[in-house]
Design a binder for this molecule. Structure first.
Ligand code: SF4
Length: 61
């Protein structure tokens, strides 16, 4: 369900899941710290991204 909303970030090694006090979920793109092409909080869903790198299988979910 969440994957459908956030797209690629959910399974990307560079994404950090951030939950606000009110329960909203954001995905912070760690690549944004080094590369201005990537927004800190990407507009979701991210369907295509040149920086996407998949998490190893066991870390998913
Ligand atoms: S590199 Fe792309 S897919 Fe990965 S977290 Fe950043 S915006 Fe999302």
């Amino acid at each position: 369900m969440e994957g459908a909303v956030a797209g690629l970030c959910v399974t990307c090694v560079h994404a950090r899941r951030v939950e606000s006090a009110r329960g909203s979920v954001f995905w912070l793109c760690a690549r944004s710290a080094e590369d201005p092409r990537f927004p800190r909080y990407p507009r979701l869903p991210v369907l295509r991204c040149p920086g996407f790198e998949p998490l190893p299988e066991p870390e998913r979910g």
